[in-house]
Design a protein around this ligand. Structure first.
Ligand code: AMP
Length: 399
C-alpha cells in the first residue's frame, strides 16, 4: 500500500486528471501531472505541473523520480511511457491494456477473440485491403473509423458504397476499422474498478444519450431491464479479467433494436459517463482510480441513496453562445451540482463542465438537468461580455 502523503502521477492534464487530483487530495496524496498546455484543467490544482508532451522521456523520468505510482487520463499516452514507468514504479493501467484500448483495430480483435459481441467489423490496414473480397455491401451502411486518436465521433465517416469507402479511407489516411452501422435502441456503459488482487467494484449502470457523437446525458438508474444490466456488468468484468486489468475501466455498449448488447469500445480510465458518481455514489470513479493506484481497498460503488436517481448533463462550449452563463439557476437548486473544468476558452463541442441533478426519479432528475442547462445557455449573466464562443480551431483540441 502506498500511504497518504506520497506522490501520485498522472499522464495528461485534462478534466479527468483534474478530478483525479481532487480525489487524491481528499485522501491526502500529492499529485503531479504532465501536459503540454500550461492552461490545462489539471495545472491549477496539482501540486506539481510538468510542462511537457506525453512523448518526452525526460517527463517520464521526472514522474519516476517523484512519484510512487502513475496513472493516465487519456488513451493518447505512448505505451512506451507506461513500460518505462512500469519498470520503475507502479502503473495502473499497464501498457498492454492501454495499447489494446488505444487502437480500435486491436481492441475489436481482442474483444472478438474473447467472445465479446461487437458490431461486424473489418480492420483495413492499407488501401490494398479495400479490395478484399469480403469488403462488400454487408458493411453498408457503415462507419469508417480511424484506428487511432479518434474520440467523441471524430475521425469517423459514414459510408454507404465502395466509392465512398475509398474516399473516406483516403481522407482518414491511416489504418481504419470499417464497422456496420448498428440500429441503436440505447447506449449504456459499465464502469468497473479492479485491483491487483482481482477484486472489483462496479458503479450503477448509466444509460447514455449522445448528440452529434458527443455524450449529452447520463441517466441512472438506466431505464433498462435488470437482466440486461446484469449481462453488461458480467461482460465488463470478463473483459477486465481477460486484460488482467488494474485501474478503472469503462466499457461502452450499444443496445440494438433486436435487444442485443454489443461492445462499442473500452476506455482504460474514468469516463465522462461516470461523472455522476462524484455526487451520487459512495465512492466516485476518481476515488476508485486513486484507491487502485495506491493499493487501498476499493470503496463501495453504490448510490448514496439506494432508491434515488441521478442525471449528468454535459456543458459544452455552446452553452456560452449568448454570453457567460448566469450560474444562479444551478447554484440555487438544492439538488443540482455544478462542475466546471477551469477552461478559459469555450469552443463548440468543447467539454467545459457538467451538472448533476439528484432526485427520487429519473424523470424528475432529467427534467431538472435539461431545464437548468437550457437556462444557463439562454439567460446569460447580464454583466458578461457578448459571446466569447470561439470558432473551432483546426489545430486546437476541443477536449
Ligand atoms: P465512438 O467515437 O466510436 O464512441 O462513437 C461515438 C458515437 O457514434 C457512439 O456513441 C454512437 O452514438 C455513434 N456510433 C459509433 N459507432 C456506431 C455504429 N457502428 N453504429 C451506430 N452508431 C454508432
Amino acid at each position: 500500500m502506498i500511504a497518504p502523503g506520497a506522490w501520485l502521477g498522472v499522464l495528461g492534464g485534462g478534466q479527468l486528471a483534474r478530478m483525479f487530483a481532487m480525489a487524491a487530495h481528499r485522501l491526502g496524496y500529492r499529485v503531479a501531472a504532465v501536459d503540454p498546455d500550461p492552461e490545462c484543467p489539471a495545472a491549477g490544482v496539482v501540486d506539481r505541473y510538468i510542462c511537457a508532451t506525453l512523448q518526452e522521456p525526460e517527463a517520464w523520468q521526472e514522474l519516476a523520480t517523484l512519484c510512487a505510482a502513475v496513472t493516465i487520463e487519456t488513451e493518447n499516452v505512448p505505451g512506451a511511457a507506461l513500460r518505462f514507468l512500469g519498470a520503475r514504479i507502479r502503473v495502473a493501467p499497464d501498457a498492454t491494456a492501454l495499447e489494446i484500448a488505444q487502437d480500435r483495430g486491436l481492441e475489436k480483435q481482442f474483444l472478438a477473440a474473447h467472445g465479446v459481441p461487437v458490431a461486424p467489423f473489418r480492420v483495413l490496414a492499407t488501401a490494398a485491403d479495400l479490395g478484399a473480397p469480403d469488403i462488400d455491401s454487408f458493411f453498408f451502411p457503415g462507419l469508417l473509423k480511424a484506428c487511432r486518436f479518434g474520440y467523441d465521433g471524430k475521425s469517423q465517416i459514414a459510408v454507404s458504397s465502395a466509392a465512398q469507402l475509398e474516399r473516406a479511407f483516403a481522407q482518414l489516411g491511416g489504418p481504419c476499422v470499417l464497422e456496420q452501422r448498428v440500429a441503436l435502441a440505447a447506449e449504456l456503459s459499465v464502469i468497473v474498478a479492479r485491483s491487483a488482487d482481482g477484486s472489483s467494484a462496479v458503479h450503477p449502470v448509466p444509460m447514455n444519450h449522445h448528440a452529434a457523437g458527443i455524450l449529452d446525458l447520463s441517466v441512472v438508474p438506466a431505464p433498462l431491464s435488470a437482466r440486461l444490466q446484469r449481462e453488461a456488468v458480467a461482460q465488463a468484468l470478463r473483459i477486465a479479467t481477460a486484460l488482467d486489468y488494474r485501474g478503472v475501466l469503462c466499457v461502452e455498449y450499444f443496445l440494438d433494436t433486436a435487444g442485443r448488447l454489443l461492445v462499442n469500445e473500452i476506455a482504460p480510465r474514468p469516463h465522462n459517463s461516470g461523472h455522476f458518481t462524484i455526487d451520487a455514489c459512495r465512492t466516485s470513479q476518481f476515488e476508485q482510480q486513486v484507491r487502485v493506484l495506491a493499493g487501498l481497498p476499493l470503496g463501495d460503488a453504490g448510490l448514496v441513496h439506494a432508491q434515488g436517481a441521478v442525471v449528468m448533463a454535459n456543458l459544452l462550449g455552446e452553452v456560452w453562445t449568448a454570453g457567460d452563463p448566469d450560474w444562479t439557476s444551478v447554484l440555487s437548486h438544492p439538488d443540482a451540482r455544478l462542475h466546471l473544468y477551469g477552461k478559459r476558452l469555450p469552443r463548440p463541442g468543447r467539454k467545459m463542465g457538467h451538472i448533476t441533478c439528484l432526485a427520487d426519479s429519473v424523470e424528475v432528475a432529467q427534467r431538472a438537468a435539461v431545464a437548468i442547462r437550457w437556462r444557463l445557455a439562454h439567460s446569460p449573466d447580464p454583466r458578461s461580455p457578448a459571446s466569447r464562443l470561439a470558432a473551432p480551431g483546426n489545430a486546437e483540441p476541443v477536449v
